[in-house]
Design a protein around this ligand. Sequence first.
Ligand code: ZN
Length: 161
Amino acid sequence: MLADPNVQEILIDVTKDDENSIPIIQCLLNGKTTDEEIAEETEIRLNIVRRILYKLYDAGVASYKRSKDPETQWYTYSWKFEEDKIAEIISDKVEKFSQELHQSLEYEEDNMFFVCPNGCRYNFEEASERNFICPDCNTNMEFQDNSSIIMELKELQERMS
Ligand SMILES: [Zn+2]
């Protein structure tokens, strides 16, 4: 699962650490459960390991159990990676993207567009308010046939369903 670039992207987005996150999670998946074991195994500094684990915890991607060592009276935290939560985050993302796609498609279908030679793009209302002169470049804007954009969006939508 960690080999999936989408999963890696999500995890790095959570931890904001593209260098240490994946080795730490890999180590967790390999069965090391405490921050100290992970730090030792990965040779990543303990405070970095802890920071990443708590960030994952904060996002619901990791959980921990606290237990007291009967001899030393110290608490040990044993960590667990929550794979189900990753699946949930991915499906939320897909859902959000498909909504955005639907909105873009509607917008393209409901509007006419005008472009300047430099590629600035305005819808009919915006362009007519400016007498079809690009406010950014001061050049004439021309009608743009957006049927190829609509087709691409539709294809994308089909591939996702
Ligand atoms: Zn322009």
